[in-house]
Design a protein. Structure first.
Length: 343
């Protein structure tokens, strides 16, 4: 099978969670061979035997040309595109062994949203760091309002891909442009990635608000002021603040703050109802990235000297002993400002 940027294609998706599985199924319709790498052998064995990821994406059959594996070398060998869909906090650990396994000049696409603890690097920077500078211009990011189950079900979806060079962004765009999955291109990697990381934190705030019984007006305020916070962070990091109003910013934020399939919103709702964080995390099969990102987003904001009030209160609530009521009170009692201050 040929793609519209030429050549037979093997695509490797690294990360057998719900999103990685959805993307591997999506890409299987556009390439000769799609390979899905699993970290957990038991999950891979069931997926291979039943032709369904029963743990993370049940109810959706794996296409005939989608192969599963736990062998990283096997997954990336000969791949002309590699999609990084593992959780952001293990991105470096998962891809460090791949440095000597990846041959040629494949497209490399991060489909994970987060900022690495310690280094405060976004995922494309982590991938460049571990895989080598020679790959830098071909490493991009995919982000936007997209739930794995809805993509797997073939519901119309629009996302953004960003890469340092327009040519690479357009090649990634072409790869992912399949029926019912519309892709826009960008060269604002910083804006796309930071928008994706911060929205998870703000979605927890929206969920807490819903769980406490606050109304639609409160949620709308959180979303709108969350867009403003994202724009300030993006601009301070050297990205384009306009990106925060696009699919990877406002689009993804609205989805994650309102959709019942949102892990971060769901966690927030349960917290707002009085459940304990440790109990919720122990009960969740999939990662709610906003819990870790609440720390790394604020660490980056502090480094850049930018104020993110909502994200700061989420961190204080999750990790600093502040109650939900105290966090809400602090936000409402802040000094008066012009609406578009700092942007």
């Amino acid at each position: 099978m040929t793609t519209d940027f030429g050549g037979l294609m093997k695509v490797a998706v690294i990360g057998g969670g719900s999103w990685g599985t959805a993307l591997a199924r999506l890409l299987a319709g556009a390439v000769d061979e799609s390979v899905l790498w699993f970290h957990e052998p038991s999950v891979e064995e069931v997926a291979r035997r039943t032709r369904e990821n029963q743990v993370y994406l049940p109810g959706f059959a794996l296409p005939a040309n989608l192969r599963t594996t736990t062998d990283l070398a096997d997954a990336v060998a000969g791949a002309e595109a590699i999609v990084a869909a593992c959780p952001s906090h293990v991105m470096r650990e998962v891809f460090a062994p791949a440095r000597d396994l990846i041959a040629g000049e494949p497209l490399i696409v991060s489909a994970s949203k987060g900022i690495e603890a310690g280094s405060l690097q976004i995922m494309t920077e982590v991938l460049t760091d571990v895989l080598g500078e020679r790959h830098r211009t071909r490493i991009g990011a995919l982000s936007g309002p997209s739930f794995a189950r809805e993509v797997a079900a073939g519901m119309p979806t629009a996302v953004t891909v960003a890469a340092p060079e327009a040519a690479s962004a357009e090649r990634i765009q072409a790869l992912f442009s399949v029926p019912k999955f519309r892709v826009y291109s960008s060269t604002d990697v910083i804006g796309v990635e930071l928008s994706g990381a911060s929205k998870n934190v703000i979605a927890i705030a929206a969920g807490v608000s819903d769980g406490m019984g606050f109304g639609n007006s409160t949620r709308a305020a959180i979303i709108t002021r969350g867009i403003a916070e994202t724009a300030r962070l993006v601009a301070s990091a050297g990205g384009d603040p306009q990106t925060s109003s696009g699919l990877s910013g406002a689009g993804d934020l609205i989805l994650t703050c309102t959709g019942d399939l949102s892990r971060n919103r769901t966690l927030g709702v349960r917290l707002g109802r009085g459940e304990q964080l440790a109990d919720i995390l122990a009960d969740m099969k999939m990662v709610a990235e906003g819990v870790r990102n609440s720390q790394t987003v604020i660490a980056l904001a502090d480094k850049l000297g930018v104020e993110l009030p909502i994200c700061a209160q989420v961190r204080a609530f999750l990790h600093g002993g502040t109650s939900a009521a105290e966090a809400a009170g602090t936000l409402m009692a802040r000094s008066r400002k012009s609406e578009f201050w700092g942007v």
